[in-house]
Design a protein around this ligand. Sequence first.
Ligand code: FAD
Length: 118
Amino acid sequence: TTPDDCPADVEQLGRSTWTLLHTMAAQYPPKAPPTTQSVMKQFISTFSQLYPCWVCADDFRSWMVQPGNEPKVGGRDELGNWMCLAHNVVNVKLGKKEFDCSLWKQRWKDGWDDGRCD
Ligand code: FAD
């Protein structure tokens, strides 16, 4: 792995970005007001055009525009599950293990039930 004080490679960039995206979902309102929903939609759209791994961004956008795959921004659980699903699409593409989305909240919001994050 590259030292911490070097430019981010695709892997490092990915890990940091997923941390930001899942944490944004974890802190999103349980039920988002319409303005917040539209800001989040805009953010995801802008993000997907500017993400500085161009093949990643292209594939992500092509997936997102397919019917049924549009960002779900109504509230925290919806957004968190959508983000988990989107991340799993990338996991599958890269041959990584799929993440169990029922554990999403423990991983990104509340910490694990065994208390190791307390
Ligand atoms: P990551 O996949 O970065 O995951 C970090 C942590 O998130 C994991 O340790 C796990 O605890 C948790 N996690 C894993 N899956 C999920 C999930 N489904 N839901 C919630 N939490 C989860 N890389 C490429 O080489 N090619 C690409 O085309 C590509 N596209 C990308 C598109 C986007 C939008 C982003 C943000 C990243 C993309 N990446 C791509 C990077 C790639 O997804 C990984 O971030 C990178 O390979 C490092 O992987 P990792 O195994 O360290 O864990």
